[in-house]
Ligand binder design. Structure first.
Ligand code: B3K
Ligand code: ZN
Length: 872
């Protein structure tokens, strides 16, 4: 295991101005010829450096320098590098090599997915295609020629614009296509696709009036599920022009959907390659959540064209430069397309449940890590989601206009360059005359800070003081943690729920916390207000505040900040769930929910809001996973019981209202407009509460919904409820569902996942059986994630079974998968990293499995890094 450090970064010794690639494609043996114009980097001070190219799993055929075959004594070849000794300052290098796409189960480099060939080069996959300076700060102009069998691979795609006449016919039933990308790019953005694909075509006229061809490529039988992706792409292109002034730059933009993909999608210049899951959507086969995810991911990859491609990363430690920023951009896009409040709540929920957990465990790292072994292990929630929160704080501190000015300068100043997070912050500073020196610590400091709030009201002076104390007690290794800059958005409510005007030393609604301890005093406050702090979740912190239950309910009823209103409701519910857990653990009487809280729920249910999607969130219980994250030692059984008790109380106290709303929203709203989507989410929330009553009547209602559903949202919501019933009962619904959908891979993924998440007692037994199902395949990441991944991350009850059977099952599969696909195996291994959150029995069981994996040979560096960090 070799650790790579940010502090060791040096500029490349050589650069590559031009890269010409020639592919003779076939599934078992592809010939790659590359012609590279290489020159000494003027910024590199080394004298007479060797040229060290990266390459893995390649078979060398030929090597020429300036047209002359290179004699073996002038180069050295090992399994990771090709070193050319004593090269001149400028020369042309020609390499010929073979690769085998069909045995490439790691899905990195050029590989086969069903009948097509495609690539994945980020982060370090290009070196599995040919030898290259495979690092993001080497940007080159690429031209590509692809030759392949006409019938097997009628469609031949690569980056940039098509050049020459379309697909030239050649001998032996072959044909050729040429592509040229005028924008210099690092090798990780290279892509090609060859296959027998169907295409949905459209076009987009940019703000300056240029016509761009839009093409979405899928397997023939999926063509009827592409229109939403196309519409999403057009929405994203328009939004980026309007919100960020970013115009698209090539004549064509292509999206290809592939079934075998390690993650969601990839932003290759002009040729995005997507997991089918984030392209295909029809009302019959995709849920409303799927539709929203497709639009978000299409947006995300599109936005990378500027934040990632035109301006890219200097090195992989800067990953959050493009990922955090682009997630922020896609969040703003989705908020604009849907509901700002709902989007913010969903994102914060995700961050606090999963990123906070990551940051509290052994895999915690700053958004700009200082070292790594395998970069693919750093495509984390921290880099992405916390990275986006850091950009959001800069946006909050600068305001919309200032932030936009800063982004404009960033894109203009660094266009065509590979830069750092430091450069990004500098551009924002320069455009606004701001100083973010102290703020930059967010990039180097790991862990979730805690901010404690105390307030005091002075009746005589009519002043109200809010005091903050920040702590960063993360387990991360950094010694000296200095105070961070923390923007705290706040408001004060009077007894009637009215918003007070702020007077005093601070009139802005955003307080800038810069010290370990800091107070802010407001004047002319006539009665003690209720504080609404951290509105919109203005910083990725844990807020500790002692509000009375009355104050929480007051905010739940009146806060005009949609996020904090929801948060107040969640706080009330969490408070009672934790009290219930406590009672269960100590064999005390379970505390009742206060009438006022139930009354507030009733009032919300009686007066449906205009934003029904938001209303559904207001009435939802905090998730068990989020509650677990807040427990110092997770007691799964007590947590499940307590959650159930609170749910049943709300279900039975408000039974008539849940039922009335269920029926009122059930038969209306087929369609994917926001009103219909909101009605379905509200209706299915009602169903979820009602199912907690466990009556035959409700169960029949649920079965009826399952059997008559006209869209996937309703069918899956019903099946999810049925999945927790005894196996003897739910088996017939799962069978029926399978028969109905066996030809739709993405739907069958859901079928697998729901069974893997079942709470029924014999769940592990069923999951083991699922791995023997003819449709299960270790070589298909979506399948692995929907069975083993779902079990390990979304079935805590059985994954954490006290006999250790869940841990053992997951560890067995990590080892099986490791030799097939190390990236996906390492992802799965993350699930074993949270052992410190459990009782000592479980800690020992998890550690035993981690040690067993660690001792296994061979073991990929991907899994090895996760496992050894987890054990520290
Ligand atoms: N940039 C890619 C992720 C690549 C992951 C490599 N292991 C997708 C994205 O974030 O848009
Ligand atoms: Zn991204």
């Amino acid at each position: 295991q070799k650790t790579i450090y940010l502090k060791d970064y040096t500029v490349p010794e050589f650069l590559i101005s031009k890269t010409e690639l020639h592919f003779d494609l076939s599934a078992d043996k592809t010939l790659v010829n590359s012609r590279l114009n290489i020159y000494r980097n003027p910024d590199c001070k080394k004298t007479n450096p060797d040229l060290v190219l990266m390459g893995e799993e390649l078979t060398l055929i030929d090597l020429k320098v300036d047209g002359e075959r290179l004699h073996p004594e002038h180069y050295t070849l090992d399994d990771k590098t090709l070193t050319i000794h004593n090269p001149s300052a400028r020369f042309v290098l020609e390499i010929s090599n073979h690769i085998n796409p069909s045995t490439n189960t790691a899905l990195s480099g050029l590989y086969k997915s069903n009948t097509m060939l495609c690539t994945q080069c980020e982060a370090e996959g290009f070196r599995r295609i040919t030898w290259f300076l495979d690092r993001p700060d080497v940007m080159s102009i690429f031209s590509v020629t692809m030759v392949a069998d006409k019938d097997e691979y009628p469609v031949l795609l690569s980056n940039g614009n098509r050049t020459g006449s379309p697909n030239i016919a050649l001998a032996d039933n072959k044909h050729a296509a040429r592509w040229h990308d005028p924008f210099p790019k690092p090798s990780y953005l290279f892509a090609l696709v060859a296959g027998d694909l169907a295409c949905l075509k459209d076009s987009f006229t940019t703000c300056s009036g240029r016509e761009v061809a839009l093409e979405v490529y899928v397997e023939e039988h999926d063509l009827d599920k592409t229109s939403h992706a196309m519409q999403s792409l057009k929405n994203a292109m328009r939004w980026d022009e309007q919100a960020f002034g970013r115009e698209y730059d090539l004549d064509i933009y292509m999206i290809v959907a592939v079934s075998h993909f390690n993650m969601g999608a990839m932003e290759n210049k002009g040729l995005n390659i997507f997991n089918t899951k984030y392209v295909l959507a029809s009302e019959k086969t995709a849920t409303d959540a799927d539709f929203e995810n497709v639009e978000a991911v299409i947006g995300h990859e599109y936005f990378h064209n500027w934040s990632g491609n035109r301006v890219t990363c200097r090195d992989w430690f800067q990953l959050s430069l493009k990922e955090g920023f682009t997630v922020f951009r896609d969040q703003q896009f989705t908020a604009h397309q849907t509901s700002e409040a709902v989007k913010r709540i969903k994102d914060v929920n995700m961050l606090r449940t999963h990123q906070f957990a990551e940051d509290a465990g052994p895999l915690s790292h700053p958004i700009r890590p200082s070292s790594f072994v395998e970069i693919n292990n750093f495509y984390t929630l921290t880099i992405y989601e916390k990275g986006a929160e850091v950009v959001r704080m800069l946006h909050t501190l600068l305001g919309e206009t200032g932030f936009r000015k800063g982004c404009d300068l960033y894109f203009e100043r660094y266009d065509g360059q590979a830069v750092t997070t430091e450069d990004f912050v500098t551009a924002l500073e320069d455009a606004n005359n701001a100083n973010f020196e102290q703020f930059k610590q967010w990039y180097s400091q790991a862990g979730t800070p805690t901010v404690t709030v105390t307030t005091s009201y002075n009746q005589n002076e009519k002043t109200y003081t809010v005091s903050f104390e920040q702590h960063n007690n993360s387990p991360s290794t950094q010694a000296d943690k200095e105070p961070l800059v923390i923007p705290i958005r706040l408001g004060l409510l009077d007894d009637n729920g009215k918003e007070l005007n702020l007077h005093g030393e601070q009139t802005s609604t955003v307080l800038e916390l810069t010290k370990a301890e800091q107070s802010f005093t407001f004047t002319d406050i006539n009665t003690e207000p209720t504080p609404s702090i951290l509105r919109g979740f203005s910083a990725p912190i844990k807020l500790q505040q002692t509000l009375s239950i009355e104050q929480k309910i007051h905010l739940f009823q009146h806060d005009k900040d949609a996020f904090n209103r929801w948060e107040a409701g969640q706080n009330c519910l969490s408070y009672f769930i934790f009290k219930t857990i406590d009672a269960i653990q100590n064999h005390h009487k379970v505390p009742p929910l206060p009438d006022e809280l139930v009354g507030t729920f009733r009032a919300i249910l009686q007066q449906p809001l205009a934003d029904l999607a938001y209303q559904s969130l207001l009435l939802s219980l905090p998730s068990k996973a989020y509650l677990a994250e807040q427990m110092s030692t997770i007691d799964i059984d007590a947590l499940y019981q307590a959650h159930r008790i609170v749910k049943q109380t709300l279900a039975s106290s408000l039974q008539d209202l849940w039922l009335a709303h269920y029926h009122a929203n059930h038969h209306v709203g087929a369609g994917t407009d926001s009103q219909s989507i909101a009605q379905r989410s509200f209706k299915n929330l009602c169903l979820d509460y009602l199912m907690a009553l466990e009556t035959d009547e409700v169960r029949s209602m649920c079965i009826q919904q399952f059997e008559t559903a006209r869209n996937m949202t309703d069918q899956i919501a019903a099946l999810a409820e049925l999945s927790h019933l005894d196996t003897s009962i739910n088996v017939s619904y799962f069978d029926a569902f399978y028969q109905q959908w066996k030809n739709e891979d993405l739907v069958i993924d859901k079928w697998f996942a729901l069974q893997a998440c079942s709470e029924t007692t014999d769940a592990l037994h069923s999951v083991k059986k699922l791995t023997q199902h003819p449709d299960f395949d270790m070589k298909t990441p979506n399948r692995v994630r929907s069975v083993i991944g779902a079990f390990a991350t979304a079935n805590p009850l059985h994954f954490n079974a006290i006999d250790g059977s869940g841990y053992e099952f997951v560890a067995d599969n990590i080892l099986l998968l490791d030799s097939i696909n190390p990236q996906v195996a390492a992802r799965l291994a993350n699930s074993l990293s949270h052992w410190k959150k459990f009782d000592s029995t479980r800690q020992q069981l998890i550690k035993a499995q981690l040690s067993r994996i660690q001792a296994h040979t061979p073991l990929s560096k991907d899994v090895s890094e996760i496992v050894s960090r987890s054990l520290t």
